[in-house]
Design a protein around this ligand. Structure first.
Ligand code: SF4
Ligand code: SF4
Length: 62
């Protein structure tokens, strides 16, 4: 099942928590912000959503 993964760059502080927690390496830090470079691998587990203190991430089933 595909998911849309969006990071709001205005909220992201580049803490890398989402990079660490994602089991399928969806995220990469680019210029101090997390970017979902590998969203097609997303499993929809929402671990990244839960770990992000800034509430910068949305994961939506598409
Ligand atoms: S956990 Fe949130 S604030 Fe931290 S890098 Fe990821 S999106 Fe940015
Ligand atoms: S929902 Fe899970 S698999 Fe998808 S980006 Fe977040 S941590 Fe990775």
């Amino acid at each position: 099942m595909p998911y849309e993964v969006v990071v709001d760059p205005d909220k992201c502080e580049g803490c890398e928590e989402c990079v660490e927690v994602c089991p399928v390496d969806v995220y990469e830090i680019q210029n101090g912000k997390s970017v979902p470079v590998n969203a097609e691998e997303c499993l929809g587990c929402e671990s990244c959503v839960e770990v992000c203190d800034q509430e910068a991430i949305t994961v939506t089933e598409i």
